[in-house]
Design a binder for this molecule. Structure first.
Ligand code: KG4
Ligand code: ZN
Length: 360
């Protein structure tokens, strides 16, 4: 096997600063991550300007930490990778400006990475890893999509959310009933002790013929029920709900989301004919979703793959890893010496289909 190339990757698209080093053999050599959760908690959500400033502060120390962990120096790097989008504009610019300046100083190529491609490929780090082709459910704070992944760089959109993303629905619902930010994990935790049969929330688009989702109606149904329980006619900032009511709302909400996601996944694999289903993105950390998918997939004779829990939410590894896979396939990326990079706050994953050789 030839000597592997080493990629230093940066992720800063939202509220996590991640740095990692991967090689073209797909090995993780070092990684460091900082979550801004504590900083944003008081505001009940991500404050974009604070996020950008914090990324600027954290990128260099995290890079040093990842390098030390790998026992490597900057001179050992062959390429620099960075999330180019989608994400918060200022946060993306912080990462890309840092990565491009570093690459210019070191005269190394820059590989722009699509954040969702990073999520989509991170299950390849699972043991066992899925082989191509596979069907992927990508469920994060900003996206809910079903994709056919034919091979590296060949992605086909099968269906997506028409309104809120699954993670967004978790976060907004959690906030509504007074759970702390980030709402998704807090709601999932409370759901563990709740009665998921108590409220019959709608299963949006469960029986639609396509593979699209919609979660905003479900969120409204939870709000209406919560208001009734709290004896309110109008929603207020703080609704007085008992712990049992809160837990039952969480469990019933989670049941509805999980049922829709599982049904759509099964319809998607029936459509693609793939024998492998891969789940990626922050909501992929949800245990109820994992268990329900395992059960249904087993019945359908499908193997289901999840990234390691630590790689479900945003991190630097998925960016360095995606870039390393690209570099292994396209060694000509090493010739790139363009240091003016366009970031894309909104960017469809199908844009990652072209074999990009420039920072555009
Ligand atoms: O992939 P990710 O880290 O960031 C984006 O690219 O959006 O996903 C974050 C999302 C948030 O909405 C968060 O609430 C949700 O994933 N999330 C969860 C769980 N852990 C994270 N949602 C449900 N259950 C969880 N255990
Ligand atoms: Zn993400």
């Amino acid at each position: 096997m030839s000597k592997p190339r080493v990629v230093l990757g940066f992720e800063s698209s939202c509220d996590e600063t991640g740095v990692a080093i991967c090689n073209t053999h797909g090995e993780i050599l070092g990684q460091a991550l900082h979550s801004q959760i504590r900083m944003h908690k008081d505001y009940g959500g991500v404050v974009p300007e604070l996020a950008s400033r914090d990324h600027i502060r954290r990128l260099e120390p995290l890079m040093k930490e990842a390098l030390a962990q790998a026992g490597l120096e900057l001179k050992d790097m062959d390429a620099i990778a960075v999330t180019a989008g989608p994400g918060l504009p200022g946060a993306l610019m912080a990462g890309s400006a840092f990565a491009c300046s570093l690459a210019f100083g070191l005269q190394l190529p820059v590989i722009p990475v699509h954040h969702l491609e990073g999520h989509l490929l991170s299950p390849l780090l699972a043991d066992p890893a899925p082989a191509f082709p596979f069907t992927a459910l990508l469920v994060s704070g900003g996206h809910s999509q079903l994709m056919a992944v034919n091979e590296l760089g060949s992605y086909e959109l099968l269906g997506e959310t028409l309104d809120d993303a699954a993670g967004e629905a978790f976060d907004k619902t959690a906030k509504m009933i007074g759970l702390p930010y980030p709402g998704g994990p807090a709601l999932a935790k409370l759901a563990e002790v709740g009665n998921g049969q108590r409220f019959a929330f709608p299963r949006p688009m469960l029986h639609s013929k396509n593979l699209d989702f919609s979660f905003s109606g479900l969120k409204t149904a939870v709000l209406t029920t919560a208001m009734k329980l709290a004896g309110l006619e109008q929603p207020t900032e703080t609704m007085q709900l008992t712990d049992t009511d809160k837990a039952d709302l969480c469990a019933s909400f989670q049941n509805a989301v999980v049922e829709v996601l599982v049904k759509k996944c099964m319809s998607a694999v029936a459509q693609t004919g793939h024998k492998r289903l891969v789940v990626a993105g922050g909501v992929g950390a949800n245990i109820a979703l994992r268990q329900a998918l395992q059960t249904q997939a087993r019945k359908a004779g499908i193997a289901v793959y999840f990234p390691p829990l630590s790689l479900c939410t945003d991190n630097g590894v998925m960016i360095a890893f995606a870039a390393a896979l690209r570099l292994a396939k396209q060694p000509e990326l090493l010739n790139n010496r363009s240091y003016s990079m366009t970031t894309h706050p909104r960017w469809p994953l199908t844009a990652a289909n072209q074999n990009r050789t420039t920072n555009g």
